[in-house]
Design a protein around this ligand. Structure first.
Ligand code: NAD
Ligand code: UDP
Length: 328
């Protein structure tokens, strides 16, 4: 295994590979890495992302269009392929329920083979590895709020199993590489994140409700709307990812907002931000939809000095501004 570059290495020499970097969270992470002077290679097959998210960076980053379940295809960079890397951040995966329900096999493959390929790059080129895992690890939790020590309550054979089990496998593979090959690993368990570049048609609840409200269309509530989620603004999430990447914390860390909202309360927040008069419509609750979700962020606070800063109302305003600019 090549020597592990550390956080003190001069920035100009640091290469970070971001799989899924053309997606919503990934593109914000790429922005922050470029801002601080890292050389960034993005590997993405744009199945749910778009290179438009990175268009403003021009030739300041390198792009590889590849399905990471087949490999990261770094050889396509020729002489520019990095021999050593500071980090491999593995974010590639469909993440929205409609996207992973439409691509269940691909989702399982990117969580399994894709994760193994990304770990191999970290092993061979000496970098630390960061996995974007998820609160879905906890399934429909029976412990509330959820600390990282909670082992979860996942239905492997239900429709959401393709995503939940892909991420659980990805975490297991990550730990196997740490134990077997000594790869320095980080696991971020992200809770629901929203903000600019979350596509209007992504299908997740914040993008759905906000676009419906802004267009004065009925706001879709699945089930009775009493189920809860914790919504994090993307800048906070990415700040947590960077702190984790640069840290020595080799255990899973929850990154989410410890304030919990029911979907009915989210609708009220969206009404406040948009001033919409749109009605609500209740649609069928999807199978295995978790009833509650709230992170225990004690570990992130203590080990990373991290906590979210952006309130739901502020975040919704910023996201609504971005959505308006897209249609202007
Ligand atoms: P996204 O769909 O916007 O981004 C995912 C990116 O991965 C896209 O650009 C997509 O094209 C790419 N991708 C998917 N499969 C690929 C493959 N086989 N090869 C190469 N690229 C591939 O989703 P997001 O919300 O930005 O999520 C990013 C990561 O964070 C995902 O791993 C997701 O599971 C995780 N996560 C996100 C949230 C959230 O609320 N946004 C919550 C928990 C976990
Ligand atoms: N949801 C909703 N209306 C929508 C989309 C989703 O009420 O238009 C609900 C969904 O059933 C779930 C919650 O909002 O209870 C969060 O859904 P999302 O798809 O954003 O993410 P999840 O946490 O389920 O992965």
């Amino acid at each position: 295994m090549a020597e592990q570059p550390d956080a003190q290495q001069p920035l100009t020499e640091r290469v970070v590979i971001v799989t899924g970097g053309a997606g919503f969270v990934g593109s914000h992470l790429v922005d922050r890495l470029v801002e601080r002077g890292d050389r960034v290679v993005v590997v993405d097959n744009v199945v749910t992302g778009t290179w438009d998210n990175l268009a403003h960076l021009g030739d300041r980053i390198e792009r590889v269009e590849a399905d990471v379940s087949q490999g990261l295809a770094l050889d396509t960079l020729g002489d520019r392929a990095p021999d050593t890397v500071y980090g491999v951040c593995h974010l590639a995966s469909p993440a929205s329920p409609p996207a992973y329900l439409a691509l269940p096999v691909e989702t399982l493959m990117v969580g399994s083979e894709g994760t193994r390929h990304a770990l191999e790059v970290a092993r061979q080129r000496g970098g630390r590895f960061l996995l974007a895992s998820t609160s879905e690890i906890y399934g429909d939790p029976e412990v509330h709020p959820q600390p990282e020590t909670y082992l979860g309550n996942v239905n492997a054979i239900g429709p959401r199993g393709c995503y939940d089990e892909a991420k659980r496998f990805a975490e297991a593979m990550t730990m196997a590489y740490a134990r077997t090959h000594g790869v320095s690993v980080r696991i971020a368990r992200l809770f629901n994140t929203y903000g600019p570049r979350l596509r209007a048609e992504d299908g997740r609840v914040v993008s759905n409700l906000l676009t419906q409200a802004m267009e004065n269309r009925p706001m879709s509530i699945y089930g009775d709307g009493t189920q809860t989620r914790s919504f994090g603004y993307v800048d906070d999430t990415v700040d947590g990812l960077l702190r984790l990447l640069d840290s020595d914390v080799q255990m899973p860390v929850n990154l989410g907002t410890p304030t919990e909202f029911s979907i009915l309360e989210l609708v009220e927040a969206v009404r406040r931000v948009t001033g919409t008069t749109a009605e609500v419509v209740h649609l069928e609750l999807p199978t295995d939809d978790p009833t509650q979700r709230q992170p225990d962020i004690g570990r992130a606070k203590e080990l990373l000095g991290w906590k979210p800063e952006v309130t739901l109302i502020d975040g919704l305003h910023r996201y609504a501004d971005w959505l308006s600019a897209q249609t202007a």
